[in-house]
Write a protein that binds this ligand. Structure first.
Ligand code: F6P
Length: 318
């Protein structure tokens, strides 16, 4: 058996640990494993190399992805998909493991019509893959954001200011919700829900009347214009409002133990599935168990939005 492996979309901490798990599980099972560089782009360009036990030495603790990654627009065109499949066939490979987010899953599925079998592993800081409770990298990113919020809180408190902290999440507010909940945010603004500026400010004014002159608002990047929001808050509350964009520091860093374990278990499971002749499966972590779901079913699941945590965060932010 010959398996190819790629990482796709935005990188996430723990991708390397997942690569290591796939490669080591293959070697343990006498399966030949090939790394594809730069995600689907590497498939299109035939940028493939054979991996061995040394290829993944000392990477478990490293952020990013040694296989590199890309957002490959050609995979949205039929011609690109065919080229990718042709490369695999030319290398005598018809099993592919894809580590990535929502968009990467769609690319994986489109290879099915060329008889390329795919197994997906969720790897994204957005936690926007609906079939799994956690994607690799999310926990590390939440911890990075919470650490930043704690630091911002120190200075907000010292100066009696409100701080609006922008976190990643173009279409999905889960990173904002978890880090806002863990960071004790007064409000969390997400792309999935309209925000009510006057309600948020009413709450802040009530706090101000009680003597609370600082606050933290977590704002997901896809939720609108953060500067409009900040000046709106400043205008209605009379508080000084600072904006901090955490940017790409959220995507880097050494993965947490949780993400490394998730990566190890999911990488190992993906190889086991292929060994057992399973086809078109999404590896998921659901309710504390590692499970394989049909890829089509996984793709048909709609919202990964963490409604319950969002509600709890609202209750606690009085
Ligand atoms: O990795 C996911 C993500 O972080 C999104 O939240 C964000 O919108 C996007 O990547 C930005 O990444 P890039 O600038 O690399 O396209």
């Amino acid at each position: 058996m010959r398996i190819a492996l790629l990482t796709s979309g935005g990188d996430s901490p723990g991708m390397n640990a997942a690569i290591r798990a796939v490669v080591r599980e293959c070697i343990y099972n006498d399966i030949e494993v090939f790394g594809v560089k730069f995600g689907y782009q590497g498939l299109i360009d035939n940028n493939i190399y054979k991996m061995n036990v040394y290829s993944v030495a000392d990477i478990i603790q490293r952020g990013g992805t040694i296989l590199k990654t890309s957002r490959c627009m050609e995979m949205y065109e039929e011609e690109g998909v065919k080229k990718a499949a042709d490369t695999l066939k030319a290398n005598d490979i018809n099993n592919l493991i894809v580590i990535g987010g929502d968009g990467s899953y769609k690319g994986a599925r489109s290879l099915a019509k060329y008889d390329i079998n795919v197994i997906t592993i969720p790897g994204t800081i957005d936690n926007d893959v609906a079939c799994t409770d956690y994607s690799i990298g999310f926990d590390t990113a939440v911890n990075t954001v919470v650490e930043a919020i704690s630091k911002i809180r120190d200075t907000s408190l010292s100066h009696n200011r409100a701080s609006v902290v922008e976190v990643m999440g173009r279409n999905c507010g889960n990173l904002a919700i978890s880090s806002g909940l863990a960071g004790g945010a007064e409000a969390i603004i997400v792309p999935e829900r309209e925000y009510d500026l006057s309600k948020i400010c009413e709450k802040m004014i009530k706090g101000k009347d009680r003597g609370k002159l600082h606050s933290i608002i977590v704002f997901a990047e896809g939720a609108g214009d953060i500067n409009d929001f900040a000046s709106g808050v400043e205008g209605l509350t009379g508080l000084t409002v600072n904006v901090t964009d955490l940017g790409y520091i959220q995507r880097g860093g050494s993965p947490t133990a949780f993400d490394r374990i998730l990566a190890a278990r999911m990488g190992s499971m993906a190889v086991e599935l292929l060994k057992n002749g399973e086809k078109y499966k999404a590896v998921c972590y659901r309710g504390g168990d590692y499970v394989a779901m049909d890829l089509d079913e996984a793709l048909s699941m709609s919202s990964p939005f963490d409604e319950e945590s969002y509600e709890v965060a609202m209750h606690l932010s009085i």
